[in-house]
Design a protein around this ligand. Structure first.
Ligand SMILES: NC(=O)c1ccc[n+]([C@@H]2O[C@H](COP(=O)([O-])OP(=O)(O)OC[C@H]3O[C@@H](n4cnc5c(N)ncnc54)[C@H](O)[C@@H]3O)[C@@H](O)[C@H]2O)c1
Length: 289
């Protein structure tokens, strides 16, 4: 994979472009407008600067950033060996993007989705190349997180899975193969069950968010507890993932808790809105921390 076309310059798409550029891979970042792309590019420049300041990269910031080109729409997709979709978690939006990618990309190009819960098979189904459609499920923040799920749709070939695995390794990350196209894949299913349980325990008055987050950090060696992670990911994103897994499986363990649904209705979406489970200052730090 020499050149990667990324659709969606939001949190995940810009993180994926950065991970590519830091690994010597050229990235083309696309979104609905240059203005949105520019916001993504600013985020990337800030983050690469932090890595360079900490001495974690061997190249100057400018060299890394020069590997990222950008253009709204799909006109540059033809140059890519791999296209990664990272647009809103909405089936119709993603199906439209996959139809356009299938038209715009070369016939050998692999198409991937960063979806958290939408079936890869459904996305592959609107293309003429379902065997070349995989899931590449990155975790946030992409430049820091080492695991990437490589997901097989019903029509995905083993050759495409192996290309996905090789790409993840080229990024310096570790692939986790998911052999069956079940909503939530492997890691989100495990994580979301404990998120639902944590919300239920707080709703029942069994403990506080603060204590649960602290306990999970200290007892299980995690960097963040479930509410801290929930605020970083976005309460709307988790609600979308839970809803999709529940719809797919009808498994009550994934039924979205009422407290989560109400908070999303109230616009308390986490760090990005300044308030979710916790409240945040303008610079993203937790209030009272
Ligand atoms: N946020 C997370 O922690 C996380 C983790 C893993 C996977 N994901 C998945 O990654 C995807 C993107 O999530 P995000 O958090 O980056 O969202 P985001 O809202 O930050 O970014 C989405 C971007 O997609 C763009 N977009 C929407 N429709 C488009 C279209 N038709 N063409 C081009 N661009 C379009 C938007 O303008 C926006 O910039 C979702 O499927 C989400 O489920 C998110």
């Amino acid at each position: 994979m020499e050149k990667v076309f990324i659709v969606g310059a939001g949190l995940m798409g810009s993180g994926i472009a950065q991970a590519c550029a830091q690994s010597g891979i050229e990235a083309i970042l696309s979104d609905v407008s240059q203005e949105v792309i520019d916001r993504g590019l600013e985020r990337i420049a800030w983050s690469v600067g932090k890595f360079v300041d900490k001495g974690k990269l061997n190249e100057p910031k400018e060299t890394i950033l020069s590997r990222i080109k950008s253009c709204p729409g799909f006109s540059m997709a033809v140059e890519a060996d791999l296209a990664i979709e990272a647009v809103f978690e909405n089936l119709d939006v993603k199906l439209d993007v996959f139809r356009k990618l299938d038209e715009a990309c070369g016939s050998d190009a692999l198409l991937a989705s960063n979806t958290s819960a939408i079936p890869i098979t459904e996305l592959g189904g609107v293309t003429r190349r379902p065997e070349k459609v995989i899931g590449l499920h990155f975790f946030s923040p992409v430049p820091m997180m080492q695991a990437v799920e490589v997901v097989r749709g019903v029509g995905t070939s083993e050759e495409s899975m192996l290309k996905g695995v090789a790409f993840v390794r080229k990024l310096g990350k570790e692939p986790v193969r998911v052999e069956s196209d079940m909503a939530g894949f492997l890691l989100n299913r495990i994580n979301l069950v404990s998120y639902v349980e944590a919300i239920g325990l707080v709703a029942q008055g069994m403990g506080t968010m603060e204590d649960i987050d602290k306990g999970v950090r200290l007892a299980f060696g995690r960097k963040m507890g479930p509410f801290e992670t929930g605020d970083m990911v976005g309460l709307d994103v988790s609600l979308g993932a839970l809803t999709a897994i529940y719809e797919d499986s009808k498994d009550m363990r994934f039924y979205p808790p009422v407290l989560l649904r109400r908070k999303v209705k109230a616009g308390q979406l986490g760090r990005k809105t300044g308030r979710g489970w916790y409240e945040y200052n303008d610079d993203g730090t937790k209030k009272g921390a």
